[in-house]
Design a protein around this ligand. Sequence first.
Ligand code: PMP
Length: 353
Amino acid sequence: MSQYWSPAVRELTPYVPGEQPRERVIKLNTNENPYPPAPGVSTALRDYSTDHLRLYPDPTSRALRETLAATYGVNVEETFVGNGSDEVLAFAFQAFFCHGAPLDVPSITYSFYPVYANLYGVTLRKHPLNAKWEVDMDALASVTESSGVIFANPNAPTGHAHSLEAIETLLKRVTDRVVLIDEAYVDFGAESAVELVGRYPNLLVTGTFSKSRSLAGLRLGYAIGSQELIEGLQRVKDSFNSYPVDSLASLVGIEALKDKQHFDACRNNVITTRERTRQRLEQSGFEVLPSKANFILAQHPKFAGAQLFAGLRERGILVRHFNTDMLNNFLRITIGTDDEMDSLVEALEAICR
Ligand code: PMP
């Protein structure tokens, strides 16, 4: 603790990401994609002239945003890009949620939201998940005096996703404040709310290149929403750093967006492996929550989460264990390759024997 820190920083409990291993391990702890990015990414990197680095990037990221707009069927003015969706989320907190009124969130959701809430002085009003571990949409909509609504769909770390119909029902009820839907994991089998953007000016959808496009190391994220909301993000961004993303990230992002075939092949592989892993774990006595993301949340009726986590770690397999009351018994397991998941299941079977 330092006397020089401002009060918000003194109170801050930063988000702690999954550990970065030094030795060779099977890394299933931070929801990265086990497959490489689109082949066009390697070609673009190989052919990249370092002379581009001498110049500042395009402050509007026009080329990347045009490709994003074409990919998602929206206007370029309805798109925004940033250094990872975490940064886009930070801008959204500053632009839309610092009203004084509480921000409505599910009680179990992405753990960065409380970090930003703390940093920007936003009070969170937490709504418990329902008995099926689903975000309680009715509770999120049934409030007054609120600065907005934020949730991940699919939710993290449960993996449950609401249908487009359920999301539209929420949007019909919440019309006077921003509804931010974090779609970091949407490409692994959930329905995107992007198609509702034209009809709901208060809907902001965020997404990332880190998961389904295998570019977590690059830090590239985006938001899609009405021009009004995008302008709000733009104002915050321009006051922070007038260059949204660097020129290399723009170029690589465009290549990743262009290759639909590679994108579909990778996400289909992840989905198939997820369902296979779920079945195998269930056969071994685990309870696995249904997931539309590139991870699963699993628990064993007889073995504590911490014990399973430690046993896997000893065997060189990293997964995520959350030290919270509700999630203490669970492991969140990223879907890797088939071989990696076979090793995981075999290790868990050995630990539980
Ligand atoms: N939203 C959710 C729900 C996530 O789990 C993550 C990844 N930890 C992010 C956003 C941030 O992703 P990135 O900053 O890599 O785009």
